[in-house]
Design a protein around this ligand. Structure first.
Ligand code: NDP
Length: 294
């Protein structure tokens, strides 16, 4: 068997195009969704992510602002900026790029964001609403994984899903979304015993660990759908400036066993920003009391 490639890049481009059309429609009704991203410090990867978020939000027709603050910004100043953005009616989504420099408390920062504008879905109100099945702003990466799974598999009811990783940003909300879609969900982590056997039970395997190619082909149930969230940079080969990006799954080995798999790069990664734009439109529509025009 050679697994089909789940083309997240193409899916994300289509989603962004649909969002741009929706934003155009909202603009004619006087509502322009606004996204504010806050970047503290000079983390190179964060700078790239923030630049992409700003550009793609603009391309979708939104108001897009980036607040770049120095690494030695005081917690009180960051909280004051968030308070200003909370009160700004032209801003519907606020995202503080993580990780924050040492000395800043990410939990306090997340707590300070108005839950109605929390487009990263990390505020406890949104986490709680997701858990009880109430309307919530859902973290972007797991939301993107669900879109790819639904597009590929349709109804997920009854599927055995294994999520490897239990972070608040990825593993936990992913498990909640799969549970809400009527999967039977196992969440595995660094203390899980017989991890390879647990993974082999999965019709749907989601890897969100951060360890290059940890999941081998023999960990995968024949015919499974594999969603590889991991983004890991290998050391550079001789003569190369940068090492290549790989996922948490050994792609070539998995391709011989699975029915479908997301590549790295070009799988889950592009979905994250598309879902951020989607969350911003969602937040804007809710704030204005409008039904989504999807
Ligand atoms: P975290 O480091 O927050 O969490 C990693 C999880 O993996 C933890 O729950 C940890 O378990 C578990 N883990 C670590 N080692 C093992 C092991 N040997 N066996 C089983 N489980 C293990 O990472 P994130 O959830 O934030 O991200 C995970 C990966 O996804 C990273 O590569 C990241 O770059 C990528 N990512 C990609 C995104 C995108 O595509 N846009 C967005 C977000 C993340 P424990 O809890 O026991 O420590």
């Amino acid at each position: 068997m050679t697994a089909d490639i789940i083309d997240g890049k193409a899916f994300a481009a289509g989603l962004r195009a649909r969002i741009a059309t929706e934003v155009g429609g909202l603009a004619t009704r006087g509502l322009v969704p606004g996204l504010a991203v806050v970047l503290v410090g000079e983390d190179p990867a964060s700078k790239v992510y923030v630049g992409s978020k700003e550009r793609l939000a603009r391309e979708a027709g939104m108001i897009s602002t980036v607040h770049r603050l120095p690494a030695d910004t005081a917690q009180a100043d960051l909280l004051a900026l968030i308070a200003t953005l909370n009160a700004d009616p032209s801003i519907h989504g606020i995202l503080v790029q993580l990780p924050l420099p040492a000395g800043l408390d990410p939990q306090a920062v997340v707590m300070a964001i108005d839950p109605a504008k929390d487009v990263d879905g990390l505020h406890p109100i949104n986490v709680g609403n997701l858990t009880i099945g109430a309307p919530a702003l859902v973290p972007c990466t797991p939301s993107g994984c669900m879109m790819l799974l639904r597009d590929r598999l349709g109804d997920l009811s009854g599927a055995r899903a294994v999520v490897v990783g239990r972070s608040g940003l990825m593993g936990k909300p992913m498990a909640q979304l799969l549970l809400a879609a009527n999967c039977t969900v196992t969440v595995a982590h660094s203390r899980t015993r017989d991890l390879s056997e647990v993974c082999r039970t999965a019709d749907i395997l989601v890897a969100a660990v951060g360890r290059p190619r940890m999941i081998g082909g023999d960990w995968i149930r024949p015919g499974a759908t594999v969603i590889d969230v991991g983004i890991n940079r290998l050391p550079p080969e001789p003569g190369q400036e940068k090492g290549r990006l790989v996922g948490d799954v050994d792609f070539d080995a998995a391709r011989a066993v699975a029915a479908a798999i997301t590549p790295v790069p070009g799988g889950v990664g592009p979905m994250t920003i598309a879902c951020l734009l989607d969350n911003t439109v969602e937040a804007a529509c809710r704030a204005a009391g409008l039904e989504r025009q999807r």
